[in-house]
Design a protein around this ligand. Sequence first.
Ligand code: COA
Length: 322
Amino acid sequence: MRAKIIGTGSCLPDKIVTNDSLSAIVDTSDEWIQSRTGIQERHLVSSETETTLSMAVTAGQAALENAGISPTQLDLILVATVSSDFLTPSTACMVQKALGASNAAAFDINAACSGFLFALNTVDAYFQAGIYQTALIIGVETLSKLIDWSDRSTCVLFGDGAGAVVAKSSEEGMIACLQGSDGSGGDILICKSRTNNNPYIHTGTDLDYLYMDGQEVFKFAVKKEPECIHALLQQAGMQPPDVDYYLLHQANYRIISSIARKLKLPLEKFPSNVSHRGNTSAASIPILLDEVNRNGLLAEGNILLLSGFGAGLTWGAALLKW
Ligand code: COA
């Protein structure tokens, strides 16, 4: 049995921040941001009530409603995030409580922007092993709290939000999936946790923010993601044109179009929302999936390829029948 996605949901914070608004905070411009990334605006949390948990719960509820599944039918909840509100309990456990999903085991996965794909692949493995049958998978980030808002090279790129899917154990659905990691490249996209401060060691109290070597990340993405897509298609005995839609991690429209070019495919096969969402990390693929699903773009039997890359370094992909 494999994982079949039977419902989707998403949640975005109310506040929309345009490139022009950011140019009042850092030395940047709408022209620079749009020409380098394709991003025009992003949603950012702007009230105490908008949290990683609140967005995860709203997206999860929407996915459950879309799937016609009640919370107590869930036996697994996975949340992919690097920006939990709490170090413990996990966001997944807090979602379980908020939804009343009392029969579900729940835990978080940290694979940065590839997190949703790692979670989907994990659920598929559980289903293949016959351990669980009905799962809620959420990708959620409040990356805005990890950003140095005086660093123009990172603060213009990211947005907050959550996306979710309900997956059911089924004869059809997932065709093939893969995931990979290269910890030796971890330094090019990094955010340290809190420093040590026990009675025997004091290493400072400064909070760390996200650091990125943008050009190295760009090179990694445009090389690794097409390799990953080719490897997955080969595993399934399929060719690039056999896929109806490629739902890629929404980090940068230049990366998405470079991948389309390398696969020799038209951009119409690559739905994108990066212009209005920015990079929402683990939430980007499930938010995009929810938007194309609700916009009626997908038909039963469509072949979808989901693929992404991120800090770690990590990469992942999933090929599935809708
Ligand atoms: N506004 C205006 N100028 C900016 C800027 C901003 N927001 N950010 C950086 N610059 C400046 C730099 O300071 C540099 O100026 P200098 O030449 O005077 O030193 C110049 O623009 C070029 O910077 P560079 O980093 O070479 O730009 P780039 O063309 O590589 O684009 C990124 C930067 C971040 C858009 C690009 O590298 C990228 O998209 N990388 C991948 C990032 C990514 O996908 N991350 C998420 C991974 S999940």
